[in-house]
Design a protein around this ligand. Structure first.
Ligand code: PAF
Length: 293
């Protein structure tokens, strides 16, 4: 196998020292493994833009809350290495807990207002735990670029804010969500769904697209698109909604009026599985023109 497996930051830095070359761009795709086509989208994009590509695999306990799926989270390192090999990844960094955090609890990253809404209240400590892992990964290999999926939009926003606050010289690249043919966003958690649940799961993207349609049609009151999308979710009695909000695409705050691009974002439960998704929404030109008068 030509993909280099590094278990320690020293191994990884030695490897990068050898292959980086003068001015070579090092890209990082941080993952928790169980790689699928969603990660494939990140890896393909990074492969096309970076000289050296590292994929990290670390199931980060700090970002799982009590009762969440840390223990049952799929761990498939052998298959993940093959996945990386096929996509011409240069190195996989798969550190242990001790390697990434040392022998004491790390100082947690304060993620501030970006984590106040959407998943923030439903998963207390999640974004702080996630950002703490990503910061340790950034410290381990000092990438020039790091790639994150837009499916986890709030995660992307938290990372952008963390990097900006610390003035880290790392370019954060958001990559469009890869979807199944019925619109379901590809996610490691889809494998928890039974076949009936999998069928129902397509309703999430369908509902968000209804919100996008209303906004595109010129409804500037976010509650109109939001209510229309919620009505679609209500058609599926087994779905439980954590939230559905129309938010600013950068600071993740719900908007009072739609005056520019926004995101419709939602989290739902189907059985024991929590799914999230979001879509970009653009207000209608007509509505924008009438405001500009
Ligand atoms: O999106 C993920 O897989 C994780 O949240 C990440 C970014 C690898 C941090 O643990």
């Amino acid at each position: 196998m030509s993909v280099e497996l590094c278990r320690t930051a020293d191994q990884l830095r030695n490897y990068l020292g050898k292959v980086r070359g003068e001015g070579g761009i090092v890209g990082l795709v941080p993952t928790m493994g169980a790689l699928h086509e969603g990660h494939g989208a990140l890896i393909d994009r990074a492969r096309g833009e970076c000289d050296v590509l590292v994929v990290s695999i670390f199931v980060n306990p700090l970002q799982f809350g009590e009762g969440e799926d840390y223990d049952r989270y799929p761990r498939t390192l052998g298959e993940d290495l093959v996945f990386c090999e096929v996509r011409k990844v240069d190195a996989v960094f798969a550190p242990s807990m001790e390697e990434l955090y040392g022998d004491r609890k790390p100082e947690m990253v304060d993620v501030g207002v970006v984590a106040e809404h959407l998943c923030g209240p439903f998963r207390p400590g999640h974004f702080s735990g996630m950002a703490t892992a990503v910061l340790s990964l950034f410290a381990s290999l000092a990438p020039d670029r790091a790639y994150f999926g837009e499916k986890d939009l709030q995660q992307l926003a938290v990372i952008r804010r963390m990097v900006a606050d610390r003035i880290l010289p790392i370019e954060i690249v958001g990559v469009e969500t890869r979807r199944e043919t019925d619109g379901l966003a590809i996610s490691s958690r889809n494998q928890y769904l039974s076949s009936d649940e999998r069928h129902v799961a397509a309703v999430l993207n369908r509902a968000l697209r209804v919100a996008r349609q209303r906004i595109g049609d010129g409804d500037r009151d976010p509650q109109v698109g939001r209510a229309a999308a919620l009505r679609v979710l209500e058609l599926e009695p087994t779905v439980r909604v954590d939230y559905l909000e129309i938010v600013d695409p950068y600071d993740m705050q719900p908007v009072d009026e739609i005056t520019g691009p926004v995101r419709a974002a939602a989290a739902i439960w189907i059985g024991q599985t929590r799914l999230i998704d979001n879509v970009a929404c653009e207000p209608a030109r007509k509505a924008r023109r009438s405001r500009e008068k």
